[in-house]
Design a protein around this ligand. Structure first.
Ligand code: MSP
Length: 535
């Protein structure tokens, strides 16, 4: 697929967003999945030397939040403040998420601009008053069409996502003329085939829009936890219109034109597949109506499943990320979900699969390689990295393997947003270096005291250490803590500077780590897993 949205001219930022999360409850693995993915994408582009802006935040209005606050005997604002500060922000910190901003939809920088946006559309004749009656799912905060509902017990009609009864709502509302945008949207999708990813998501949206769009109810008058409609404050703005606008208000829409122009539109909106239509249909139509530029890509990820169902708090399958990080560590956690699940597809989490991959790929393949090389440089050369004076075909093959891994990882992660493919390219290279050591048997070569023998030993260990130098650079976006430890143990900081400053584009330049670098045996990168506590 063609690359879109890179900013090689340096003029504008590569702008990445996550959905803003409902704060009716605490975060679970499903939420963390997208946020970690966005973080890896962000760090990857930063490591390419690009300017990146990574935005996440919380969606705080609407009926769902209001009901939760009521049930807990606090105001919605108090509820949101508590959850954001006690659960959401600390989790992102814990998972090493390097977001540039955190937007909350109750912040004034957002609410005022949302009112201006909606007022503008009203003034342009894009919004009119009308009535609507239909089945509504509070979990989705969305009117459903009767055809998509499931049959429940006692004749109840259920939301296909939440499997809970919908409510019949009848309201006098304001409507956005979404129906008029169908043809323009189809034209846009046609002209921009990479706009919606993966292909299955694109097809679903095309099919949906081709059926014809209905106008969108953009206000609610039966409750008041939302942003008032400026010309008719008995109504609040529909929570999805409010929420989607975070991508604009957070980067200065209507407030800071220089920042807005340098950032907006998003290069990548990462979204779960259940909220694809909002991002690929409603959001672009809202922008078209306002004459604003459209995002470059909307990338839908699949769901993390438990027992064949979407993991969620509402069906009590939501697992807290901390339950896994306390066992596997933060970096293994960041790595696992992107490595094990093809981005875009659903995936099942299992403790056994995580443990098995941890042990084979992280502890055995990667961790052992790092500790063996550091130990041998220590044992045979007193910790001073020797020069490679006797390189031959075997070393050439390692350098070529690295070049291939860098090109492939950069294409997959940096362009195609295929994390599993990109990480696999790096771990294939790790396997190659392990194979190289097994074949070259430096522990045997060490017994040969001749100058030739010592030159071979030096060359083998240099080759392995130089490979690790590049591996640290390539894995820094995925496992920043581990990559930093490795960088440290190679003495690379003193020789080459900060790890974050190493460019992906130069990662394959062979011979960067200078002979003489101080190699130390640092902490074990991936300790053996303890027995699962409550197994
Ligand atoms: N507030 C809206 C998004 C507004 S964006 C302008 C919302 N919030 S949410 O908290 O319900 O969901 C946020 C994201 O989490 C969605 O992308 C959703 O797909 C994702 N996930 C929730 N459960 C999930 C899994 N079990 N697996 C993967 N992602 C899941 O929708």
């Amino acid at each position: 697929m063609a690359a879109t949205g890179t900013n090689s001219n340096g003029a504008s930022a590569y702008y990445v967003t996550t959905p803003i999360y409902y704060v009716n409850d605490r975060p679970h693995l499903g939420h963390a999945y997208t946020t970690v993915a966005g973080d890896v994408l962000t760090r990857w582009h930063r490591q390419r030397g690009e300017k990146v802006w990574y935005l996440t935040g919380t969606d705080e209005h609407g009926q769902k939040i209001m009901r939760t606050a009521d049930a807990n005997g606090v105001t919605p604002q108090e509820w949101c403040d508590k959850l954001v500060e006690e659960a959401w922000k600390p989790l992102w910190q814990h998972l090493d998420i390097a977001n540039d901003d955190f937007i909350r939809t109750t912040q004034e920088r957002h609410t005022h601009r949302v009112q201006e946006f909606v007022q503008d559309l009203y003034d342009k004749g894009e919004i009119y008053q009308g009535g609507y009656e239909g089945p509504y799912c509070v979990g989705c905060e969305e009117y459903k069409t009767p055809g998509e509902l499931l049959d429940g017990e006692g004749g109840a009609k259920l939301c296909p996502i939440h499997k809970r009864p919908v409510e019949m709502l009848k309201e006098e509302n304001y409507f956005f003329k979404l129906s008029e945008y169908g043809p323009k949207l189809l034209e846009f999708y046609e002209a921009n085939p990479g706009f919606i990813q993966p292909e299955s998501a694109r097809n679903e949206v095309l099919q949906f829009v081709r059926q014809g769009l209905q106008d969108l109810s953009i206000s609610r008058s039966t409750f008041d936890w939302g942003i008032p409609i400026p010309w008719d404050p008995k109504h609040v703005i529909y929570v999805w219109v409010d929420a989607l606008l975070n991508y604009a208000t957070a980067v200065g829409y209507g407030a800071d034109p220089a920042k807005f122009d340098a950032t907006f539109p998003a290069d990548v909106h990462l979204v779960g597949k259940d909220i694809l239509r909002f991002h690929a249909v409603i959001w672009p139509a809202m922008l078209m109506a306002q004459g604003l530029p459209l995002p470059k890509r909307v990338v839908a990820n699949g769901w993390l499943m438990v027992g064949g169902e979407k993991m969620s708090k509402s069906n009590l399958t939501g697992i807290a990320p901390q339950d896994l990080t306390s066992h596997f560590g933060v970096d293994a956690y960041r790595w696992y979900f992107l490595r094990a699940i093809q981005f875009g597809q659903d995936g099942s989490f299992s403790w056994e699969d995580f443990s098995a991959r941890y042990t084979s790929e992280l502890a055995n393949d990667f961790g052992n390689l790092a500790s063996r090389v550091a130990a041998m440089v220590g044992k045979y050369f007193g910790g001073a990295l020797p020069a490679a004076t006797a390189a031959g075909a075997a070393e050439q093959a390692v350098a070529e393997g690295l070049a291939k891994a860098v090109a492939e990882a950069d294409r997959k992660i940096g362009e195609e947003i295929d994390f599993a493919g990109g990480i696999a390219a790096v771990f294939d290279f790790i396997k190659q270096v392990n194979g190289y050591l097994t074949e070259q048997e430096p522990w045997k070569v060490a017994k040969d005291d001749s100058p030739e023998g010592q030159a071979r030993l030096a060359t083998i260990l240099y080759t392995a250490a130089e490979s690790l130098r590049a591996i640290a650079v390539l894995l820094n976006p995925v496992m920043p803590g581990t990559a930093a430890k490795l960088w440290d143990s190679l003495g690379a900081e003193a020789a080459l500077g900060a790890l974050a400053e190493q460019r992906i584009g130069q990662a394959a330049d062979w011979g960067l780590l200078p002979a003489g670098a101080t190699v130390t045996k640092g902490d074990i990168l991936f300790p053996r897993l303890e027995e699962k506590k409550d197994a």
